[in-house]
Design a protein around this ligand. Structure first.
Ligand code: GLP
Length: 251
């Protein structure tokens, strides 16, 4: 069952997420958070950081798993998702970096020619999530083509974490982070699979702006289909979609 909440703006959405996660951490200081990059979750991280600081909530034991990562970028590259998560979540919240996992960390430190490392990294990441007891709240953005994480249209709805090639449209969309040079955008990534994402106990998908309206309409009201990977949220018992009026305009 997908719950849809229409809010005024990103700040209001962020406050809903922030309250929900702050309450979770208060109840369970070792909560496991699923983190995402992209612009959509930024206000949510800010709101959570504000609540954590205002209410002096202890986050030192919170464990975190990122959704995806580019391949072929050093983890210290400013656009690697490792760096992005550090900048936008870990530092502002004051999380323990030793408890933050990013799926590319194993691969991006190893020679890309090593096929075994590439094959093993996905299943090892899924095992690490399971060993942590599973993700409590997974925050998600959505691509204009309905992708979540880097699960592009056509991805198996049962997929686990794995290495993928990036769709041309996603590389074009993300060129803005690489000096508008699409050739500088990596061609490969590692992403939690749709099956991995569906195992999280609560999914919170955030989308703002008219550009996301088609993807949101398909996600919430279209048939469940690999052509819109986010539509798999309909299979989840506790999925919350928080959107502004513009992103909700085709519902
Ligand atoms: C990238 C990320 C996704 C993100 C999407 C949308 O492709 N891999 O996780 O949801 O961008 O980004 P934005 O929120 O900036 O629109």
């Amino acid at each position: 069952m997908t719950e849809v909440i229409i809010v005024k703006d990103e700040q209001e959405a962020g406050e809903l997420y922030g309250r929900c996660v702050a309450d979770l951490i208060t109840k369970n200081p070792q909560a496991v958070l699923g983190l995402a990059t992209g612009s959509s979750p930024l206000a949510a991280y800010k709101a959570l950081a504000k609540i954590v600081h205002d209410e002096d909530i202890d986050v030192s034991h919170v464990r975190d798993f990122a959704l995806d990562e580019y391949l072929g970028l050093p983890i210290t590259h400013p656009q690697s998702y490792h760096s992005t998560i550090e900048r936008t979540v870990v530092e502002p919240l004051g999380l323990d970096p030793a408890l933050v996992h990013v799926p590319g960390d194993v691969i991006n430190g190893a020679p890309l020619s090593d096929g075994r490392i590439i094959q093993e990294a996905g299943p090892a990441y899924d095992r690490a999530i399971e060993e942590a007891g599973g993700i409590d709240v997974q925050i998600l953005g959505i691509g204009t083509d309905g992708h979540v994480g880097f699960n592009e249209p056509g991805s198996s709805l049962a997929s686990g974490t794995r290495v993928k090639t990036l769709a041309e449209q996603t590389r074009i969309d993300n060129a803005r982070f690489f000096g508008d040079d699409v050739n500088a955008v990596p061609t490969h990534c590692i992403t939690q699979g749709i099956g991995t994402i569906l195992k999280a106990r609560h999914l919170v998908l955030l989308a703002f702006g008219e550009g996301k309206a088609d993807a949101i309409a398909h996600t919430v009201e279209g048939g469940v289909s690999a052509f819109c990977p986010a539509s798999a949220l309909q299979l989840h018992p506790h999925a919350t979609v928080i959107v502004d009026e513009a992103a909700a305009s085709k519902l």
